[in-house]
Design a protein around this ligand. Structure first.
Ligand SMILES: Cc1cc2nc3c(=O)[nH]c(=O)nc-3n(C[C@H](O)[C@H](O)[C@H](O)COP(=O)(O)OP(=O)(O)OC[C@H]3O[C@@H](n4cnc5c(N)ncnc54)[C@H](O)[C@@H]3O)c2cc1C
Length: 409
């Protein structure tokens, strides 16, 4: 059976669902096609895939009605951040109270974000969910695109949105070239119990091998770690027996929170920078990891993706209200320019960090130390860094702007 919609969103992860939710008040008919149904049961031990959500992401999720669903399930606010370098005087601290902020962000399991958004989208009369279903073919015509799904269903849409992650099927179907490079790191993720409480502080140490972050989770002694290191070392760390791993982790973190004990599984993900040459082609737009992926060292990947979703929703609503075709490359150029510029700035910043902290050359180390001290002491510099991390800077879509109604929950 052929179904006709205005927008077919391929990928019902955090970003694809945020886009569908951001179009809740529009007349646009939307299909969301997602290959995996997320398990709605949360285990006592948190998932290892978590995200540090910035203030702008929180505002978007509040405006989409999903924030309460996140908080009700599980979210861990962090009130301060400490960043330092191994064997050096380089160190910088940020404190929510001193910056007149309620917190510096929240650590949330990716599945929790997805479930809270799904709950909203399921209530929208303008959305049809195809879940589980996978796209099999895509053909682009003059005024619409055709999709066939593995369950035998077919769709036509004025616009197909690729929200299908780093290895985007939609991007590959369109042969959109990718600028990419290897960060030379894999990120090991795991849940870790620490001897000392984290006191709701997010911590990151830079070592010559890469950054190691301890993100505070619900229990006062539980953290989610993101340990970026050389890929073969990451593989060894995943395969190592637990006692040996605990020793290696405690040593790498300088025993900052006392002894560490890994709880549950460890996974490692190879880290690549990816930047699609086009975020938009005729009848196709890319959002989130389908358009760009960055190093997780500043925890900005999904924050950037949620801003893509909010920006695209805004552009589509404007086009629709003006009676314009929502699927032409020409009409979507505004979205492309906007989000390519923001993604490029973030990629450059991540590369700058990555290069600055690489290696243990003494001159570089000195510069890092002086730089961090200056940033900590210069009036306004710390505020500026934090505003960027909170996502309060840059060209924000309306859904990410601070509003009175968004402070109610
Ligand atoms: C180790 C690590 C730590 C990170 N930490 C942070 C952090 O602290 N903060 C932060 O902001 N970001 C972080 N990120 C980045 C963040 O995880 C990603 O940016 C985010 O998951 C991207 O969301 P997405 O919805 O675009 O893609 P995904 O989460 O990959 O979702 C894509 C969805 O599409 C579905 N799909 C794929 N192909 C098809 C198809 N053909 N048909 C139907 N469905 C399909 C998939 O099942 C999936 O549900 C981290 C990344 C890594 C690797």
């Amino acid at each position: 059976m052929m179904q006709s919609v205005d927008i077919a969103i391929v990928g019902g992860g955090m970003v694809g669902l945020a886009l569908a939710a951001a179009l809740k008040d529009s007349e646009l008919r939307i299909a969301v096609i997602e290959s995996r149904v997320p398990d709605s049961e949360l285990q006592e031990l948190a998932d290892v895939r978590v995200s540090a959500l910035s203030r702008s992401s929180e505002t978007i999720l509040r405006n989409l009605g999903a924030w309460q669903g996140i908080v009700d399930r599980r979210a861990s606010p962090y009130m301060a951040m400490e960043v330092w370098e191994q064997d050096s005087f380089a160190r910088i601290e940020f404190d929510a109270k001193k910056m007149a902020q309620p917190d510096l962000g929240h650590i949330v399991e990716n599945r929790v974000i997805q479930l809270a958004l799904l709950e909203q989208v399921q209530q929208q009369s303008n959305v049809t969910l195809f879940m589980p279903a996978q796209c099999q073919t895509m053909a682009i015509g003059e005024s619409e695109a055709w999709l066939t799904l593995d369950n035998g269903q077919s769709l036509t849409a004025k616009l197909v949105v690729g929200a299908d992650g780093a290895n985007s099927w939609v991007r590959r179907q369109q042969d959109i070239p990718l600028t990419h490079w290897d960060y030379g790191h894999s990120a090991l993720v795991a849940n870790v119990w620490t001897q000392e409480p984290h006191e709701k502080v997010a911590r990151q140490i830079f070592t010559p091998q890469g950054p190691l972050a301890f993100l505070p989770m619900g229990g006062s002694q539980m953290s989610s770690i993101v340990w970026s290191t050389e890929p073969s070392r990451a593989e060894r760390l995943v395969a190592m027996d637990k006692l040996e791993f605990n020793k290696a982790l405690t040593a790498e973190f300088g025993a900052r929170l006392g002894l560490c004990e890994v709880i549950g599984e460890r996974f490692a993900f190879p880290l690549k920078m990816r930047y699609a040459r086009d975020f938009v082609t005729e009848r196709v737009a890319l959002v989130g990891d389908a358009a760009h992926t960055i190093h997780p060292l500043a925890g900005q990947g999904v924050n950037l993706g949620l801003l893509d979703a909010a920006s695209l929703a805004q552009e589509l609503t404007t086009l629709w209200q003006a009676g314009q075709d929502i699927g032409t490359k020409r009409n979507l150029r505004g979205y492309e320019r906007w989000r390519k510029a923001e993604a490029a700035k973030m990629i450059a910043a991540m590369q700058g960090f990555r290069d600055l902290f690489e290696g243990d050359n003494p001159a570089k180390k000195l510069i890092r130390g002086i730089g961090m001290q200056l940033a900590g002491q210069l009036p306004g510099a710390k505020d500026e860094i934090m505003k960027r991390a909170l996502g309060l800077k840059g060209d924000l879509p309306d859904l990410a702007k601070y509003s009175l109604s968004s402070t109610q929950l």
